[in-house]
Design a binder for this molecule. Structure first.
Ligand SMILES: NC(=O)c1ccc[n+]([C@@H]2O[C@H](COP(=O)([O-])OP(=O)(O)OC[C@H]3O[C@@H](n4cnc5c(N)ncnc54)[C@H](OP(=O)(O)O)[C@@H]3O)[C@@H](O)[C@H]2O)c1
Length: 247
């Protein structure tokens, strides 16, 4: 599908992006800001978030905000406090891109350590669960809210050696479907994006030997990210959509 996104498609929207300091999340934050949104940049490495912030400011896009948070250690109370802060500063949320994830180590199933399993399930699943619970009241305050999860090809078709990462993405798609069904009579739509192979640090870690120049850049997959965040997609919910569909 070809998405045609007007330059003011996200004008006035307040959008939270997790993992906004690197890779796809950084590009999504820049693209959302470029299309008029005030973006809240969440991530664990403050220096990287500041770089995203500076790039947004330098281009004259709406002034963003930064929330430094390590989703590995964050508690339910941390997410409630975060929601309070966003609520008092902005009053509502029009969009959330759950993008931050860990890949972990690709290995045979019987060699997955309990620590790796716990870390990935914490960052990729439980953190998103707790964060979503905390921010739902803010999404209900928007006229058209979009909640976007990030899945993967191994999130709907298991693959050898992708272990906990694949299991966490199945759980992510499950969370998206449960929420979409539950919120079907509300103004909140819930979808997931499967980015497909994209030129980032995570991809390089998973496929160290491949020629990264053959991969799409984060910028090239942005049309779907913009479409699902804009009101153009307001009737779409419960879908996992490929940013790079097979031709
Ligand atoms: N790239 C691909 O080919 C591909 C394919 C399918 C799905 N995906 C999915 O797309 C999303 C983005 O991936 P990417 O390739 O852009 O990955 P990336 O370059 O590794 O970026 C991941 C981001 O998540 C953040 N993050 C990791 N752990 C965190 C934690 N504990 N607390 C807060 N933030 C944390 C990272 O923060 P730091 O910058 O501080 O490390 C980074 O900003 C992920 O959900 C991934 O599973 C990617």
């Amino acid at each position: 599908m070809n998405y045609s996104i007007p330059s003011d498609a996200l004008q006035g929207k307040i959008i939270l992006v997790t993992g906004a300091g690197d890779g796809i999340g950084k590009q999504a934050a820049l693209s959302y800001a470029q299309h008029g949104a005030t973006v809240i940049l969440l991530g664990r490495t403050v220096k990287k978030l500041e770089q995203t912030y500076d790039e947004i400011e330098a281009q004259g896009f709406p002034q963003p905000a930064i929330i430094p948070l390590d989703m590995k250690g964050a508690s339910k109370q941390n997410y409630l406090d975060m929601a309070d802060t966003i609520g008092s500063q902005f009053g509502r949320l029009d969009g959330v891109l759950h993008n931050a994830s860990l890949l972990g180590v690709l290995s045979p199933f019987d060699q997955i350590s309990e620590a790796t399993y716990d870390d990935l399930m914490q960052v990729n699943v439980k953190a998103q669960f707790l964060m979503t619970q905390a921010i739902l009241p803010l999404l209900h305050k928007s006229n058209h809210a979009s909640l976007i999860f990030t899945s993967s090809t191994v999130g709907h078709s298991g693959r050898a050696f992708w272990g906990t990462y694949a299991m966490s993405k199945f759980a992510t798609e499950g969370m998206m479907q449960v929420l979409a069904d539950e919120l079907s009579d509300s103004h909140i739509r819930v979808n997931a994006i499967n980015p497909g192979g994209t030129r980032t640090g995570m991809r390089a870690k998973a496929y160290p030997a491949e020629d990264a120049d053959l991969l799409k850049t984060p910028l090239e997959i942005m049309p779907l990210y913009l479409y699902l965040m804009s009101n153009q997609s307001q009737d779409i919910t419960g879908q996992c959509i490929d940013a790079q569909p097979k031709k």
